[in-house]
Write a protein that binds this ligand. Structure first.
Ligand code: GLU
Length: 441
């Protein structure tokens, strides 16, 4: 049986790093097995789902190279969900209930006072046909609940190991709201079984859903896929990330200059026993990916960790990959490869390439310490005229050394700072060769 996975975001917001973990795991499992990866938009909520978010999700995944083999929208499949609901009704596993949220709340509070688990008491199951007709006349359509079999629901979780949940400790889930809106719990079951999904990886906040979904699948005569639940992300100090996830949207990270492979390499390894290292491609990531390396402990995520990896991506990026970008900056073709060689070793993010080009094109504002003022004036007066080449720096500094008697760090450091306006940077012979203006005070 070939592997089929899916990533099923609701288009009610942009993707953040937490969603990415789910998307990536499912993508890598399918890729490693040569299987199919489905992007499923869980858009059964017409009020909160928007086309803008649906497009945004696809853009973000494409940016990362997490491309899907097939895309599905739940809003195209309402007839399938209605058919499943009918089947559950016929099988006596679906019942209508009319409690208002306030009534349910009151029931819960009473149960908690009596130290009982706050599980729906199934009062609606005891209603006679007349009582139902009265409630319907008085309150309109009820919600539809799935009647759980009150037994232990067991599965082997791909990350958490053997799990078992007592169905009696879970309320019969509402699958259709009173306004007729089909809820994710049943839509997901129908999709996963219709689409032949073999592996479902999602966050551990879905463990209870999994238990009820396994029973719904069984009630519909279907086989449940393999499930795995990854731990949730926390901030660097272990603090809940849920509130900050809004600031960790993938599009913001892209905007900030994070490189896709840096983000993917990091997300594929945090929370696992394997070291975090930069992968060359998603195929390399897929090859080394194994759910067995992940544990149940919450996984710390620190956005700062993405920057060293981003710099590493850039250091290893060959000129061919950036030729267009470099040309767009206005770098002449004859020096573009040499320029990129110097720039890539000295940038932390792509946007800094432009700063280096500005330096070579326009020259820097010299950084000169008070005690070096006379020295720099003398040295700059000895600069040859353009164009410069590989020998310019060596010849110039030899001449300055000869004339001033300075040597070593005392000679080179003030010259570096004066020419580049920075304390640190690339090897100076390479810098001089790229200068398009003669450094001046
Ligand atoms: N739309 C659901 C969510 O985003 C999907 C969960 C699942 O993977 O089944 O939480």
């Amino acid at each position: 049986m070939s592997v089929v996975t899916r990533f099923a975001p609701s288009p009610t917001g942009f993707l953040h790093v937490g969603n990415l973990r789910t998307a990536l795991f499912n993508f890598l499992i399918a890729r490693k097995a040569g299987g199919e990866f489905i992007l499923r938009l869980d858009d059964t909520d017409p009020e909160r789902s928007t086309q803008e978010f649906a497009d945004g999700i696809q853009e973000d995944l494409e940016w990362l190279g997490l491309t899907w083999d097939r895309i599905e929208k739940q809003s195209n499949r309402f007839d399938r969900y209605a058919a499943a609901a009918d089947e559950l009704r016929e099988k006596g596993r679906f019942y209508e209930a009319w409690e208002t949220p306030t009534e349910l709340d009151l029931k819960r509070k009473k149960q908690l006072n009596m130290h009982l688990p706050p599980v729906y008491d199934r009062a609606a199951l005891a209603l006679s046909d007349d009582e139902k007709a009265d409630l319907r006349a008085e309150r309109g359509q009820g919600v539809w609940r799935f009647k759980l079999d009150q037994e232990r629901i067991e599965w082997h979780d791909g990350i958490l190991g053997d799990l078992s949940i007592d169905a009696a400790s879970v309320s019969d889930p509402v699958l259709i709201r009173a306004d007729g809106q089909v809820l994710y719990t049943i839509a997901s079951v129908v999709d996963d079984t219709d689409m032949g999904v073999t592996h479902v990886v999602r966050g551990s906040d879905h463990v209870t859903n999994t238990a009820t979904q396994i029973q719904i699948m069984e009630a519909l005569g279907k086989t449940a896929p393999a499930f795995a639940h990854h731990s949730l992300l926390t901030g660097p100090q272990g603090e809940a990330l849920s509130k900050r996830l809004g600031t960790l949207a993938l599009r913001d990270l892209r905007e900030a200059g994070v490189e896709p492979m840096a983000l993917l390499s990091h997300m594929a390894r945090i929370g696992s026993s394997q070291p975090i290292e930069l992968a060359a491609s998603v195929d390399d990531l897929a090859e080394g990916f194994d759910l067995n390396h992940f544990g149940s402990a919450p996984t710390k995520f620190d956005v700062e960790d993405l920057w060293p990896l981003t710099a590493s991506v850039l250091h290893e990026t060959p000129f061919e990959d950036v030729a267009d970008e470099v040309a767009a900056l206005g770098v002449p073709a004859d020096i573009a490869p040499a320029f990129w060689d110097v720039a890539r070793a000295n940038i932390g993010k792509r946007s800094e390439t432009a700063d280096w080009w500005a330096l070579f094109r326009d020259g820097a504002t010299p950084l000169v310490d008070d005690e070096d003022k006379a020295f720099i004036a003398e040295a700059f007066a000895m600069l040859p005229d353009l164009p410069y080449d590989d020998t310019t720096w060596g010849n110039w500094t030899s001449a300055v050394k000869e004339a001033t008697g300075r040597k070593g760090k005392n000679l080179f450091m003030p010259l570096r700072k004066a020419v580049t306006g920075r304390e640190k940077g690339p090897e100076m012979a390479g810098v001089m060769r790229l200068m398009q203006v003669k450094p001046s005070l």
